[in-house]
Design a protein around this ligand. Sequence first.
Ligand code: COA
Length: 164
Amino acid sequence: MRQAFAVYPGTFDPVTNGHLDILVRARRLFGSIVVGIGRNPGKKPVFSIDQRVIMLQEALDQVDIDKVDIVPFDGLTADFAREIGARAIVRALRSMTDFESEFALDIANARLAPELETVLLIARPEYTHLSSTLVREAAEQGRRIIPGSVPPCVEHHLREHYGF
Ligand code: COA
């Protein structure tokens, strides 16, 4: 029988060590993981979809992990997860603010695709205040990399993108 797999969706603009921590932990729970990169035009990502895929692939190459695929998607996460036959959607909880939005998202996704479960993993303390926006702001406005925030390959792309 095919092993259950989960979708870990996000914008990953760029992927951070916080995302990678969730991914590694989710992989321990599921036979494989599809990282769904939402094109998410509404969020106006700074990095193109191709750049986001490359950064994620390079980051995965530096982590001891297998059976992870990266797949860009348009539209709803629930539709994407259902189309590829996932059993669950994995999301991270960094704070009570995340809880509010994830709670609403779970209810909506459960109505859209009742066969899917959402699995919420609590972010490790070192990543609870991290976000891709903070990483980009430090790089753009401070020409700095927040220590411990991103893997070396993403640091390289940030330096190249913001020219420092
Ligand atoms: N560690 C550090 N940071 C984390 C993190 C972790 N473990 N988990 C999330 N974050 C950060 C991200 O970097 C991101 O930061 P940013 O807002 O500064 O970019 C922020 O938390 C939000 O995270 P993310 O998980 O990427 O969510 P998102 O809001 O970008 O959502 C989609 C991405 C694709 C899942 C979401 O937009 C979506 O579902 N889109 C499809 C439409 C849809 O289905 N909507 C629901 C309708 S019912």
